[in-house]
Write a protein that binds this ligand. Structure first.
Ligand code: ZN
Length: 315
């Protein structure tokens, strides 16, 4: 049975179970808590995150994919400790968000790919914790020189290791299509890519084009109603399920336990449903209400994640 790296032991893909495919544990502005450690209580935040993931585990969530890259303040010791305390299976990522650090501006895609491959094969920083997925991002500014370089680096690391790619997109600008173009130019099998944040769009034509080229689409921002209300997200998934595409969608929240971009009360006020329990508690019943079958729900939450990670041959 193929095996996927987690922040604890490697896992048989058959053990993934109910998987939230795009979440975060801790999102930080790089350099801030390292230099101003008093702005947070690290130990308290570890315990808080473990508590939230224990609540999700009680709802049968077995695995989360943590899409936090180095430029989002990835903190692998924090995440590993949260996994230990909560029992949640957590898959860490390599790759880069779209705030490409200056370090990389005058270095090549291959140099970047080499670092990603190291995180997949050897471990992240000085740990032996390996990345199990590769993340990249294209937002409103589009396919800038630096962002395109990141995508090419991710494509090369993916082909060298067989580890899948997951993305962040600005769906309103149809950035998923631009990403598929770059991946295709790099010889990537698009069925090994999840075009993330596609669930921010209710444009069925756009979503069908992404699926038509073979990719999975991430319906993965439940609780972020400012981008698209829950009812529209549910209706879009139900429509695609009716059209026979439950085998191409994965579900998630893109939530976090700690994020320093805002004060916590601002997040709770802006997006009260943005947490790990919203899908099990509210979205799944709403999908059933909208005519999505239990079989299709299992496909999106269990079978598709397993299929994504079991295809792990380099090419
Ligand atoms: Zn995210």
């Amino acid at each position: 049975m193929p095996v996927v790296s987690t922040v604890a032991d490697p896992l048989d893909v058959g053990e993934l179970g109910f998987t939230l495919m795009h979440e975060h544990v801790v999102v930080k502005s790089p350099g801030v808590v390292e230099n101003f450690p008093f702005v947070w209580d690290r130990e308290a935040e570890i315990e808080k995150a473990a508590g939230k993931l224990r609540e999700a585990a009680a709802r049968r969530v077995k695995t989360i994919v943590d899409c936090t890259t180095v430029d989002l303040g990835r903190d692998i010791q924090f995440v590993a400790e949260v996994a230990r305390r909560s029992g949640m299976q957590i898959i860490a990522c390599t790759g880069m968000y779209y705030d490409v650090p200056r370090y990389f501006h005058n270095r090549s895609a291959d140099a970047m790919a080499e670092l990603f491959v190291r995180e997949i094969r050897q471990g992240i920083a000085d740990s032996d914790t390996k990345a199990g997925i590769i993340k990249c991002a294209t937002d409103e500014p589009g396919m800038t020189t630096q962002v395109e370089k990141v995508l090419r680096a991710c494509a090369r690391a993916h082909r060298a290791t067989g580890v899948p790619i997951t993305t962040h997109t600005y769906a309103a600008g149809e950035m998923g299509t631009c990403q598929q173009d770059v991946f295709e130019a790099e010889g990537v099998d698009l069925s090994r890519v999840i075009i993330g944040h596609s669930g921010d769009s209710k444009d069925i034509e756009y979503l069908l084009r992404l699926i038509g080229r073979g990719s999975y689409i991430g319906m993965d921002r439940f609780g972020l109603d400012m981008f698209l209300p829950t009812a529209d997200r549910v209706a879009t998934i139900a429509t695609l399920c009716r059209m026979g595409h439950a085998d191409r969608m994965v579900l998630s929240h893109d939530a976090n336990s700690y994020m320093d971009w805002y004060e916590r009360w601002m997040i709770d006020q802006m997006a009260p449903n943005w947490h790990y329990n919203f899908i099990p508690d509210t979205v799944i019943p709403a999908l059933r209400q909208a005519g999505v079958t239990d079989d299709q729900i299992r496909q999106m939450t269990v079978d598709n994640p397993r299929r994504i990670f079991e295809q792990c041959e380099p090419y």
